[in-house]
Design a protein around this ligand. Structure first.
Ligand SMILES: [Fe+2]
Ligand SMILES: [Fe+2]
Length: 271
């Protein structure tokens, strides 16, 4: 009998078959949204490999056997996310939206980070970024209309990824609490991370739009800003409160009960 505990975090091999003719403006034919979300996708494989490495460093020291199992599940899920986003990124590159320059920049930055920053702070960075992916994931599951008009195959990828981000949202945090538990590093890394996240995505947007060589669609940019920052329904406006919860002294990702939401989406996506 295996001594390994099983986890509620279960990796799923999806093997999405993307049609070769998915257009580069796969998101409702909209230039801004397609570029922004493709830029996001381009950062994910390298980002997720960084998450995995930052957890692997502490993996042999983890005492809680349930957490050990969750970490194995987390690593499996993130590895599959990277694999599927690599497939989408390759497709977008062929569709005239080349993602390599973003992948290289993200890899170089994270490699530099890994050489110069302590393992504790690297894990705190993963915790901070996992708070972001949990926020975006929960919002997509609560408001799937955000993805309205997206190519159905690409939409499936984002829905599956959103679901698994919510499923494993507490794993990196629990490892951090057990192994590091330093509030200064956790909070300061979130502040650094917030600025680098916004800065890098602005750069990535220009990296892609510069290479596409299409005329800038200002109408799409104007509506894109409303989509992101609109007073009532903007994506970033909606997650403001969720973002700030991270700064609470007693913060834990499970304080938001998402079990029913996750269960509903497991059924909807037949996962
Ligand atoms: Fe992921
Ligand atoms: Fe994640």
């Amino acid at each position: 009998m295996s001594s390994l505990k099983s986890s509620k975090v279960i990796p799923r091999r999806m093997n999405f078959q993307f049609a070769a003719d998915i257009p580069r403006y796969w998101f409702a034919g909209d230039q801004f949204k397609s570029i922004l979300m493709t830029a996001f996708s381009a950062t994910l494989p390298e980002g997720e490999r960084f998450f995995i490495r930052s957890l692997r460093y502490f993996q042999p020291m983890i005492k809680n056997v349930e957490l050990q199992a969750d970490v194995r599940g987390f690593i499996g899920q993130e590895a599959h996310h990277g694999y599927e986003h690599d497939a989408l990124n390759t497709l977008m590159t062929h569709a005239g939206m080349p993602t390599q320059s973003i992948e290289v920049l993200v890899k170089n930055f994270l490699d530099w980070y890994a050489r110069h920053i302590s393992p504790e702070r690297q894990l705190a960075k993963t915790v901070a970024l996992e708070h972001f992916t949990a926020m975006f994931g929960e919002m997509i599951l609560l408001h799937p209309e955000i993805l309205e008009g997206a190519h159905p195959q690409v939409k499936q990828l984002w829905l599956w990824h959103a679901l698994e981000e919510v499923e494993h949202k507490s794993v990196a945090f629990d490892v951090y609490k057990e192994q590091v538990d330093n509030e200064w590093i956790r909070l300061s890394e979130m502040i650094v991370n917030t600025f680098t996240f916004l800065g890098f995505y602005s750069i990535h947007y220009f990296q892609l739009s510069h290479q596409i060589n299409d005329k800038t669609d200002w109408h799409s940019i104007y509506h894109g800003w409303q989509w992101l920052l609109g007073k009532k329904n903007g994506i970033l406006t909606k997650i403001g409160k969720h973002y700030l919860e991270f700064y609470n002294k007693d913060f834990h990702p499970d304080q938001r009960n998402t079990e029913n939401l996750v269960e509903q989406w497991r059924q909807k996506l037949s996962l």
